[in-house]
Design a protein around this ligand. Structure first.
Ligand code: ADP
Ligand code: MG
Length: 249
């Protein structure tokens, strides 16, 4: 099966501290993968590299490809990394919406390139973009809130707006870093349901870091576990035995 993400021998060092070691990863298109591991194991750092937001070591840094295109090699981001990044949606624990804009405008910002942000904040969208954004909001169950100020939504709703933004962006790969860490259980389920839905129905590749292993078991067929910056497990979620988990945390 074709790969969404391929990582070969990725190494990352901050100062004198190496935080990712010889990382190898091959995520097939359409997979929904849980990235788990104790706090500080390197999950966020890995995810940032996959999205082209961070560059690896200049020597022995390895390579990363997304959808067959090289994002970086030996710590050098590819010259067309911005274009490749338009295929990658990123979801943060703290939603990262523009609170003073309404929900629809926030979603629309996803389908505009960086250069068009001003057009977005001024509310200048064409009909096709608006249609796409409204459809994305419908997919995450928030159509009725399209014209509310983003900051007035609950945390779980804001996170679903962030998911709608990646849909509007038409990203093929969605990277979500602890998307449910600050949510109550019901909101967390709604957010995970929305991610699982676009994975299943739209075939989007989803890589999601999760603190709670029970959510990983419920929503993901595949898990990658990190321990102290090294890959400790990579396989079907059923292979994550208690013995293994005790060793992880
Ligand atoms: P996780 O997401 O699994 O909690 P992180 O990827 O955030 O782990 O961090 C992995 C390690 O890298 C930690 O020891 C953290 O302190 C370190 N680290 C992360 N970002 C930086 C940075 N910008 N500068 C220095 N050290 C960092
Ligand atoms: Mg983290």
């Amino acid at each position: 099966m074709a790969s969404a993400i391929q990582v070969q021998n990725l190494n990352k060092t901050f100062g004198s501290k190496q935080v990712l070691f010889n990382m190898e990863l091959d995520v097939p298109k359409g997979a929904m993968v849980a990235l788990i591991g104790a706090s500080g194991s390197g999950k966020s750092t890995l995810l940032r590299h996959l999205s082209g937001l961070a560059s690896a070591d200049r020597t022995n840094g390895g390579t990363i490809h997304a959808l067959g295109q090289q994002i970086q090699g030996n710590g050098h981001l590819s010259h067309d990394v911005r274009r490749i990044r338009s295929d990658i949606g990123y979801i943060f624990q703290q939603f990262n919406l523009v609170g003073r804009l309404n929900v629809l405008q926030n979603v629309l910002l996803g389908c505009l390139g960086r250069m068009s942000r001003l057009r977005g904040t001024l509310g200048l969208f064409n009909a096709e973009e608006k249609e796409r954004a409204l459809h994305a909001l419908e997919r995450v169950g928030l159509l009725e809130h399209a014209y509310r100020r983003a900051s007035t939504l609950s945390g779980g709703q804001q996170q679903r707006v962030a998911i709608a933004r990646t849909l509007c962006q038409q990203a093929e790969i969605i990277l979500a870093d602890e998307p449910i860490a600050s949510l109550d259980p019901e909101s967390a389920r709604n957010v995970m349901d929305a991610l699982a839905d676009i994975n299943k129905k739209d075939g989007k590749t989803v890589i999601v870091t999760l603190h709670q292993v029970d959510y990983a078991v419920k929503y993901c067929k595949h898990a990658v576990a990190l321990k102290n910056g090294k890959k400790h497990f990579d396989g079907p979620i059923s292979g994550l035995t208690n013995h293994f988990l005790n060793d992880l945390y």
